[in-house]
Design a protein around this ligand. Structure first.
Ligand code: NAD
Ligand code: ZN
Length: 356
């Protein structure tokens, strides 16, 4: 990685990630006709730079929420693109967070059996985590992220300037994924991030440092295991629990906040199974708790939560496949019986631990 960016290897060749201060700077060396898919809130907030960037190209505005990235919501997007004369050698350009990314990546990988796309991530979650790694994830009915593809963009352009307008909960949602990545690197990395937790929210330089660190930690895993069949699995730490929380609350909990609570639950389950030390649980809980503060008040219907986690796509047979920390705080996949004991641990977490 250089200060200006990085180059990521993928099955479709290398793609670049560039860091700019100013929002929505032009892409490098692109001549193909473009079709923009933009978060409607971002389009309103950044009207001037967006108009300069888009010129007369076709623009599809999408209100970013989980219902916008369902299989059935895609048809009108495709109809819009067709009405604007889309062809296989055109370029899709996504501007927004994970929702706009998932939609655009999925359309780029399936329309004409594959066309190019580029991405301006505008949320912290997308800048620090999802913008690299090639995944698209689409919801079907009540099951989150069930349908998807692996299909990297050609260019990613990250601008620090756009984060200032995010809602505080969306900043914490991105910090949740940053915590995940740092736990994966090891307890020292987690402690370094934890020590800067307050400054992340008040100091742009600190935030930029940890965005770059998060991408640098993730890069070797996605380059070795782009299709998520082996070592990359550990990036699902917090996600089985998190996705179930999102589904059970009808997305009242943002993705990265669900992941934050999910990491706390994974740590608690590991502790109760005799793996993670109680001291390590508490050390991490202190920071994790601050990151989900306020969201413990969202009621979680227990049965809906247990049903959703049983349906997680990582499960093999009747067991749950969970990413849990071991005694050394390193996370790894583990089979856990989906039985009354597991249900009781989840109940105890919600009733006794989450607010403690
Ligand atoms: N494909 C992947 O690898 C991957 C990885 C992680 C998460 N995801 C998915 O990403 C989604 C979550 O993405 P997200 O957290 O980026 O949220 P998001 O795209 O839902 O955006 C969150 C909110 O921020 C607003 N917003 C976006 N940019 C803004 C800006 N610069 N200023 C002000 N408001 C802005 C949006 O309008 C929205 O209200 C989930 O659906 C999750 O499943 C995908
Ligand atoms: Zn995630």
């Amino acid at each position: 990685m250089t200060d200006r960016g990085l180059s990521i290897a993928s099955h479709r060749g290398p793609y670049t990630v560039r860091f700019d201060d100013e929002p929505l700077q032009p892409l490098a060396a692109v001549t193909a006709p473009r079709h923009y898919l933009i978060d409607s809130r971002v389009a309103d907030l950044y009207r001037e730079p967006f108009e300069r960037l888009a010129g007369g190209s076709s623009v599809l505005r999408i209100a970013a929420n989980e219902h916008a990235k369902t299989l059935s919501s895609l048809t009108p997007y495709i109809e819009h693109l067709v009405a604007h004369g889309i062809r296989r050698d055109h370029l899709l350009v996504a501007i927004g967070g994970g929702v706009i990314q998932d939609i655009t990546c999925f359309l780029a990988s399936t329309m004409f059996r594959g066309m190019e796309w580029c991405f301006y991530p505008t949320t912290l979650l997308a800048q620090a985590d999802s913008c690299i790694g090639s995944k698209s994830s689409i919801n079907t009915g009540a099951v989150k992220n069930l349908v998807g593809t692996f299909y990297p963009p050609r260019q990613v352009v990250i601008s620090a300037g756009v984060l200032e307008t995010l809602d505080p909960a969306d900043v914490r949602s991105g910090v949740g994924e940053m915590i995940k990545v740092h736990v994966i690197e090891g307890p020292q990395s987690f402690d370094t991030l934890a020590g800067c937790y307050e400054r992340l929210f008040s100091d742009r330089g600190t935030m930029q440092h940890f965005i770059k660190r998060s991408l640098a930690i993730k890069q070797p895993y996605i380059e070795k295991d782009e299709f998520d069949r082996g070592p990359r699995n550990i990036f699902n730490y917090g996600h089985s629990f998190g996705h179930a929380l999102e589904s059970a609350t009808d997305y009242a909990i943002p993705h990265g906040i669900g992941v934050t609570i999910g990491m706390d639950m994974a740590n608690f389950v590991s502790w109760q199974l005799g793996q993670l030390q109680g001291d390590d649980f508490s050390r991490m809980h202190r920071v994790i708790r601050r990151n989900y503060a306020g969201f413990e008040d969202v009621p979680v219907p227990q049965q809906a939560f247990l049903t959703a986690i049983s349906r997680d796509k990582k499960n093999a047979d009747a067991n749950l496949t969970l990413i849990l920390p071991g005694a050394d705080c390193r996370v790894a996949p583990q089979q856990v019986q989906n039985d009354a004991r597991f249900a009781e641990l989840c109940r105890r977490y919600f009733e006794e631990i989450q607010r403690a």
